[in-house]
Each structure stands twice: as C-alpha cells, then as structure tokens.
Ligand binder design. Sequence first.
Ligand SMILES: C[S@@+](CC[C@H](N)C(=O)[O-])C[C@H]1O[C@@H](n2cnc3c(N)ncnc32)[C@H](O)[C@@H]1O
Length: 208
Amino acid sequence: MAGSHFDTKAADWDSNNRRRILAEKVAAAISRLLDGKQLKALEFGCGTGLVGLELAQFFTAMTAVDTSKEMIRVLTDKLQERGITQIRPLQQDIVTEPLSEKFQLVFTSMALHHVQDIDGVLHVLADHLEPGGMFAIADLDENEHSFHNDHSHGFTHNGFNRDTLAEKLQSFGFSVPEFIDVHTMLRKDKDGNEHPFTVFLLSCYKIK
Ligand SMILES: C[S@@+](CC[C@H](N)C(=O)[O-])C[C@H]1O[C@@H](n2cnc3c(N)ncnc32)[C@H](O)[C@@H]1O
C-alpha cells in the first residue's frame, strides 16, 4: 500500500489519544507474553513507534519497518531525542523487498488490515522468523462496520475472523494461535452512529 495517506498523518499521529491508549494496551499485552525475555525483533507497520518504543527494553535489537517515509521520519526523530540506539527505523516494503536477516519476534499492530494480500504478507513475515520464534499480531476483529469510513486509506479489511486467521497460520507452519482481548474502541460511522470495534492480540510460534 502506498505510504501517501500515512505520510500526511505522521506529524500529528501521536496527538490522537485513542491511538496512544490502544498502543499502550497492545504493548502491555505483548510485554506479558515476552515475560522478561530479551529478543531480536522486527515490527511491521511500526508507524511512529507507539508500540515498539514501549517495548524497547525487551529488545537486544529491533528493526522497525514501515512504507511511509514520514512515519519513519517521526520515529527517527523520537529515537534520536530519547537516545535509543537498539531500534533501527527502516522505510521499506519488505513484502516486495524482504530483509536477509531472521528475528526471534515479529510483531505488528493495526497494520495488517491495510494490506490487501493477507496470505502474501503472512508468508513474508513468517519467512522473517527464526524457527521457534514468536509471531504477535494485534488487529481488529471482523466487524460489519468499517473502522475507516472516509476511504482515504485505500483498501482496508473490516477486521479479521479469529478462526480463519488461526487456521491460516497453522497451515503456514505456526503453532495453534492464542488470542487475548486487548481493547474495545467506539467509533462513529459517517451517519453519526457509534459502533464498538474490538482489538485482539494473537500469538503463535513458528514450528517449521
Ligand atoms: C494504522 S497505522 C499503525 C501504526 C502503528 N503500528 C501504531 O500502532 O500506531 C498502519 C501503519 O502500517 C503501515 N503500512 C501499511 N502497509 C504497509 C506495508 N506493506 N509495509 C509496511 N508498513 C505498512 C502504514 O504506513 C502505517 O504506518
């Protein structure tokens, strides 16, 4: 997906309370899974690093990838301001240009629903994991309503069915995924009607 929509949002991304609260909840849930382990990690669709920066203490090294140049610019500035050196920000579409290294943890928050070819991106992310490595996905549950109602994002999935995603991941060589309910957000549609959107954290391990 082109980074243009997210480029226009990057400078003000962190000023949105809803995004910060969600990111804190996702990071807290991932940190409970890590249980103090120190890992080499990859974050897909890192944005300005709202989730990744919360988890920095757990990483011996972390590569934070995003296709949006401006998201990566904001993250780079934050890393410099805070003197964080173990996180490497990278503007790259790893779906078309994969990295040569492998990671012990691959995680992503609220990015997958922006990627049309889910099978393709899951295969690519699986390829970036070491055998035994953990895959953690935070995203929207399937919903009859659209989380993004202004079409400025281009294509988006209306969330994911947990069973379908779990079956897919197992067929791609992962252990049986576990799901945690992370957060519920209320959003208004274009007619002003409010709908709940729930967010899950899925975790599983690469077994092949
Ligand atoms: C809704 S934002 C979430 C950002 C961040 N994870 C957060 O929680 O604040 C989705 C992010 O995914 C990125 N993205 C979308 N498609 C991508 C792709 N194919 N590769 C890498 N990043 C992508 C966008 O540029 C954007 O920064």
